[in-house]
Every structure is written in C-alpha cells, then in structure tokens.
Write a protein that binds this ligand. Sequence first.
Ligand code: NAP
Length: 233
Amino acid sequence: MLRRLHGHEVLAASPNSGVNTITGEGVKEAVAGAQVVIDLANSPSFEDKVVLEFFETAGRNLLPAEAAAGVRHHVALSIVAIDRTDNGYFRAKLAQEKLIEGSGVPYTIIRATQFMEFLRGIADSSADGNTVKLPPILFQPIAADDVAAIVADVALAAPRGGIVEIAGPERAPFNEIVARYLKAVGDPRQVVSDPGAGYWGGRVEERSLVPLGEVRLGHIGLDEWLRRSQAKA
Ligand SMILES: NC(=O)c1ccc[n+]([C@@H]2O[C@H](COP(=O)([O-])OP(=O)(O)OC[C@H]3O[C@@H](n4cnc5c(N)ncnc54)[C@H](OP(=O)(O)O)[C@@H]3O)[C@@H](O)[C@H]2O)c1
C-alpha cells in the first residue's frame, strides 16, 4: 500500500506484502513508476551458500526490473569492511554490490557497521553455554533509527555511483560493548575476551570491522539506544 511520508509516496514491499525478490513475484509492479528503490532485504538464512544465492538471485530479479522501469536511484544497505574481512555473509554482500555496480542503474551503496539491534544475534552466535567469546577488536555499532534516517536522506540525494560509510557515534572494544549490552538487558552470560575468536568464522584484527576513511556518524549511543529500547518494551 502506498503511503505518503514527508511529501513522498512510499511503498514498503516484502514477502509479507506480496513482493518477493527471490521468486520475482510482484517485483515489476512494485518498481513501476518508482524513482528510487531502497533495497533493505535480508536472507532468512546466513548459511554461506544460501546467503550468496539469496543476494545474487535478488539482484538478478530486481535490478533489470528497475532498469526497465527507468528507476533513477538504487540504494542498497551493505556492511562496512566486507572487502577487508572474510566470511560467507560478507562474500554474499560483495556479490550483491558487484551486481549493483554492473547494473546500469544509478546507485548509492551505504555500508553500515553492525546494528545495535543485532547485538543479541552476535552474542548468540558467539556463545558457548554461559560464555560469549569475542575478540577485543574495535567495534562501532549503529542504531537502526540512525540507519533509517541516513538511508532516507541518501535516497533523496543524487546517486553517488559509489559507497557511503556510516557508523554509530562510539567506538570501543567489541567484547566491552556486548558485555554492556548483556548486563543492561539482564542476560547473565559472561563475555570473555578471546583474541583468537573470529567474526562469523572469519579472522579479524583490531580495525577489521570499523570504517577506516570518511564516515557519517549516527547520533544514538549505546546507553541512549538501551534507554529507548527499554522504554518501548
Ligand atoms: N543487521 C545488521 O547489523 C546489518 C548491518 C549492516 C547492513 N545490514 C544490511 O541491512 C539489510 C537489512 O538487514 P536487517 O538486519 O534489517 O534484516 P532483517 O531484519 O532480517 O529484515 C529483512 C527484511 O528482508 C525482507 N525479505 C526477506 N526475504 C525477502 C525476499 N525474498 N524478497 C523481498 N524481501 C525479503 C523481509 O521481509 P518480511 O518482513 O516480509 O519478512 C524483511 O523485511 C541487509 O541487506 C543487511 O545485509 C545489516
């Protein structure tokens, strides 16, 4: 259903509303007449082969439909450091970016750091019983509200034909941030700093997950995000 937001007509499209970038269902109809398409879809599984197939199939269905419809700006949400850190999910995001770059549709790729909303998923994926093992590398998560505001802003600007990097306002050791999060939500699991622990199976070093160059920062720090999340609960 089309909604009017800040003077723009917006269609939120996903399988729940009959638009599926994997089967192609509803894609042509959804992009018809659109000036901008923002791709925020994610694979239901993070298993290496499945996630690669997800982003490649979605790109092959969505981008030609956009080109045919005369879409003037494709915006996609990607991840900081996917070309510096190796794991199956990051390889799939790189494949998504390559398809966008070769599509002929004017584009901007927004590479974000990990969302604060993903901290629980990270803790779960690094947990062994009551212990969460994380490397003491730098981490700079961003709140989804900040991501949404920046994505909307970028979508309304001219296509960059390149990458914009975004991150949260605070940079701190990975293990410390996840420990602060677990304590705040009353999760009894203990975080252990383990220099040998990777990230989703890939080797990481001090600056493997943080932006190295120009970066646009969000405003919501971890404490503020925790306050907001607890107020919503
Ligand atoms: N999470 C992070 O920390 C992070 C960091 C940087 C970048 N990103 C990127 O940001 C994007 C969104 O991530 P997220 O964590 O917000 O994902 P998410 O919460 O899992 O949301 C995924 C969305 O994708 C939609 N979707 C799933 N299958 C689809 C399909 N076949 N066709 C169309 N839409 C489909 C879902 O639709 P329904 O609602 O209908 O199920 C849902 O709205 C991803 O591209 C991810 O790589 C994430």
